[in-house]
Design a protein. Structure first.
Length: 334
């Protein structure tokens, strides 16, 4: 599995339509998606899963947002929901031949929290058929947001998610590691502990810590010691400091601020700047209408990816669905 900063041919999205995912807050969400499509289309192709009935309006919104529609393709791939990082294929690439293939894992809506998810499970085979790519099927439950790789044999994940009994109660930690090695071509699994408060995915890594280079992590920290995220993220940082690269060196660790906590309808949302999306030539960074912290986060992430344009995306409404830019997308390597 290539690192996200390696060349991409496209980013996959699944068009939003499930109002229950944004209770009372759905109306702005398709407009936000259209803006995201417009920004990605400046750099590479955007491929969108959606039932045919959604295509016409979605195309109108993307056009109005300024998307380069010559780079936007809609596929007749109906979904239950919009979280393509988790129900979409996880692409792998052959080191020698350059062949790109699809790994197709089981998806159960984060431990059967939001049934049905039958259509979501059809997305990887549908994409494999459409693109005529080989598909490697594994009946282990795995979501793309629960893992991050450096493209050089390391995979980062959390115990809270991958060892959760609502995913693979029949598998041991060793079984899970073996599946990840066999299907994603990684050698070493690095485990942190828990994820942030309000995250209904049981601790996805893409809200906590990301690789930004083969030997570097950018990791969220909470400065307020009274915030419940403070000890969780401190534990993550301590584990990262204890990790060593394959040649025995410490990793470079860059800290990223957390947004100030906020809620919708009394529910705290898992807002995190770590949910950024790396594309060819740019990084899309979620922002939350907190000028000082949004700016600091964009500057920190920009410094991690010199030479890439930093594009802030207002995710204030999107996060009410409990995910942002990385959660809705899945990159296809070139």
């Amino acid at each position: 599995m290539p690192a996200e900063w390696e060349p991409q041919v496209a980013v996959w999205l699944s068009w939003p339509h499930k109002r229950a995912s944004w209770p009372g807050q759905f109306r702005p969400v398709p407009y936000t998606f259209a803006k995201i499509v417009a920004q990605i289309s400046r750099f590479e192709e955007v491929r969108i899963n959606a039932a045919v009935a959604l295509h016409a309006r979605a195309k109108r919104l993307c056009t109005a947002a300024g998307a380069d529609m010559t780079k936007v393709t809609f596929y007749d791939h109906p979904t239950n929901d919009t979280w393509c990082r988790d129900h979409g294929p996880i692409f792998v690439k052959h080191r020698e031949t350059g062949e790109v293939a699809i790994t197709d894992w089981k998806y159960n809506a984060w431990g059967d929290k939001y049934p049905p998810y039958d259509k979501d499970n059809e997305i990887p085979p549908s994409i494999a058929r459409k693109l005529k790519l080989r598909r490697f099927e594994n009946d282990m439950v795995l979501e793309g947001g629960s893992i991050d790789v450096n493209g050089r044999g390391l995979l980062l994940t959390s115990e809270q998610c991958l060892l959760h009994k609502n995913r693979n109660p029949h598998l041991t930690r060793a079984d899970i590691e073996r599946n990840l090695r066999d299907y994603l071509g990684v050698k070493t699994i690095l485990w942190v502990g828990e994820g942030i408060v309000g995250d209904d995915t049981d601790g996805h890594i893409d809200d906590i810590t990301r690789f930004f280079k083969p030997d570097g992590f950018v990791t969220a920290v909470e400065a307020n010691k009274r915030d419940p995220n403070h000890p969780i993220l401190e534990d993550v940082r301590e584990r990262l400091q204890g990790f060593r690269t394959p040649v025995g060196k410490k990793f470079d660790i860059v800290t990223l601020p957390m947004p100030k906590p906020f809620s919708f309808q009394g529910q705290r949302v898992p807002a995190s700047y770590a949910n950024f999306l790396i594309i060819n030539g740019a990084v899309l960074v979620p922002t939350f209408r907190q000028k000082k912290r949004d700016t600091e986060a964009c500057e920190t992430i920009g410094a991690c990816f010199p030479g890439r344009e930093v594009i802030p995306i207002d995710c204030y409404h999107l996060i009410w669905g409990l995910g942002t830019l990385h959660c809705i997308s899945q990159q296809q390597p070139a």
